[in-house]
Design a binder for this molecule. Structure first.
Ligand code: GLU
Length: 554
């Protein structure tokens, strides 16, 4: 009679190690029970998804807050979906957001005693465990072709029963060892399946750090654990890796809750303690018809982290925003802490909403403005140069041609208690600041004439501009300058305040704000700009007078 052990030996003659050997090679970590070991386990299938950034942020935070370990494992067993180089790129992007693992796969090298951290390099480890399961009769080779599987599925669909490879439908679990041996020796292709002992009519109780306690049907599927290419499936690799890498809490997307019964059965069968689980809510979006749906890689540009990098959002803004999704009390906390030191916030799984959070661009923009307004002019220069070098060559050339001038521009109303929030992101900055540059201003003027309030005639405008050119004194302080402008306005028949004008519109041509607007449009080409007084200071007298002359002579 052929034994299970002989089958295991026939399949893996080269595997000499045992599970005990692996337990020794990967000993328990020398940590206290409070210290968490978490991992981010991306698949190298493309760009960093905003949802994955969210997951990695929480993994990192939980490890950091507990003085534990955060590591990265590259899950590259799905070779068909792999995109060359995307693993290293994911790590680069995480770094931009301050998420740096202290162990694991780091893009171009690995650190740590629990590796290899790339799954495709762990085939020998998986084989040891699978050989053990085969020996115990808890796994078996399955020779069903994809056509045979399709036929089973079609039968199940017709009979309206749960589809899958389980119970009576799991044909190969009923093969005798003699039959298995013969087919293996004959060279028939096969995969290895796990022999489930579950029953989906029974429920198991599970605890999730986000979702609390709940019941879920047992697994009864004989899932594939080793594919014909010699690599494991996600489910099996998850159990093996998180066991031998000594992960304490598995933090991953909610889409994995449905597979939890499989994972729990695998851990139980192997006699291993399952890690804690935290399944994070998915990030949603309101679609055109007002329905909530998952952020989609295909449909939504904001699903890719690269979108925010390209648009020049400071990385802290996105992290701060994602923290508001993570914990309901974070927003109040960060307001109290003046948008600073968010690393001091105490994260808690209990305060995570169970419903998927709606991605709120408005809130992200708000945080972004706050953060940009708090940077020093030197920090802004550095950020803009770094950003524009990759994403905006025109901006890079402009700023690097005269860094000191850029600092003057960006410093308008910056170094003060309540800095002005003129800038939301670095994308589009070129258009916002180009008027400060003489050549760009002149070029724009050629392409697009200035648009004043049509309520005023050309002569009215010229009269005001001429008086401002002759009499406005920018060497005064801001208040003095404004009073000066008011006096000039009053002398030409304009009210000194909007209130006076509204009370008696017939008596005036307009108010001082109309005058300021004429001047602003003349100097900047726009109705909105940073503080006009400082704009004039940065432009300097010759230049702002020259711009007025261009209008007077037109
Ligand atoms: N590789 C899996 C994914 O990218 C990881 C899930 C997990 O964290 O366990 O979805």
């Amino acid at each position: 009679m052929v034994t299970d052990k002989e089958i295991a030996e026939l399949i893996f003659p080269e595997v000499k190690e045992t599970i005990e050997d692996l337990e020794k090679r990967y000993p328990q970590r020398n940590l206290s029970s409070f210290q968490e070991v978490t991992r981010f386990a991306p698949s190298p299938t493309g760009f960093l998804h905003t949802g994955s950034l969210f997951t990695s942020l929480i993994c990192h935070k939980v490890a950091k807050d507990s003085n534990g370990i955060f590591y990265v494992r590259l899950e590259d067993t799905d070779t068909k979906r792999e995109i060359e180089g995307s693993g290293a790129e994911l790590l680069n992007q995480l770094k931009l957001f301050g998420i740096e693992p202290s162990e694991g796969y780091l893009g171009d090298h690995e650190i740590g005693n629990y590796g290899p951290y790339i799954q495709s390099n762990r085939a020998d480890i998986y084989k040891v465990v699978i050989k053990h399961l085969l020996e115990q009769g808890k796994a078996y080779p399955c020779f069903c072709s994809s056509q045979a599987l399709d036929e089973i599925r079609a039968k199940q669909e017709k009979a309206k029963i749960i589809p899958g490879y389980y119970g009576p439908f799991a044909k190969c679990r009923y093969l005798t060892n003699e039959e298995k041996k013969e087919r293996i020796i004959n060279g028939e292709p096969y995969v290895i399946r796990f022999k489930s002992s579950g029953n989906h009519l029974r429920k198991i109780k599970v605890h999730d750090l986000v979702h609390g306690d709940f019941e879920i049907a047992q697994n009864d599927m004989d899932i594939v654990i080793l594919k014909s290419d010699g690599l494991p499936t996600y489910h099996f690799a998850h159990a093996c890796d998180d066991h031998f890498m000594r992960t304490t809490t598995v933090i991953r997307g909610e889409e994995w809750i449905a597979s939890l019964p499989i994972h729990i059965e695998l851990f139980e069968t192997l006699g291993w303690k399952a890690p804690n689980y935290a399944h994070l809510p998915v990030i949603m979006k309101l679609d055109e018809s007002g329905h909530k749906r998952k952020l989609s890689k295909r449909l939504d540009s904001e699903a890719a982290v690269s979108y925010f990098l390209k648009d020049g959002y400071p990385s802290e803004a996105l992290i701060m925003y994602l923290m508001t999704i993570a914990n309901s009390n974070f927003e109040e906390w960060i307001f109290e802490h003046k948008f600073e030191h968010m690393e001091e916030f105490n994260f808690s799984f209990n305060k995570m909403s169970l419903e998927g959070a709606l991605f709120d661009m408005g809130k992200l923009n708000f945080f972004s403005k706050e953060i940009l307004s708090k940077k020093s002019k030197e920090e802004m220069l550095d950020m803009v140069l770094t950003y524009s070098k990759t994403y905006d060559q025109k901006l890079y050339d402009l700023v690097s041609s005269n860094p000191d001038y850029f600092k003057e521009i960006i410093n308008i109303e910056r170094e003060k208690e309540n800095p002005r929030k003129d800038y939301e992101k670095l994308g589009g900055l070129y258009d916002l600041i180009s008027f400060f540059y003489k050549d760009l201003y002149d070029q724009k003027l050629k392409e697009q004439p200035l648009e004043y309030n049509p309520k005023f005639s050309k002569d009215d405008i010229k009269e005001v501009l001429k008086a401002l050119k002759d009499k406005l004194d920018t060497s005064l302080d801001e208040q003095g300058w404004f009073n000066n402008m008011k006096e000039i306005g009053i002398s030409l028949g304009y009210a000194s305040s909007g209130k006076d004008y509204k009370a008696n519109p017939e008596a005036y041509k307009g108010s001082v704000s109309d005058i300021a607007e004429m001047l602003r449009i003349t100097l900047t080409g726009k109705k909105n700009s940073p503080n006009l007084y400082y704009v004039m200071k940065v432009l300097k007298t010759d230049e702002w007078k020259r711009r007025i002359d261009l209008v007077l002579n037109s």
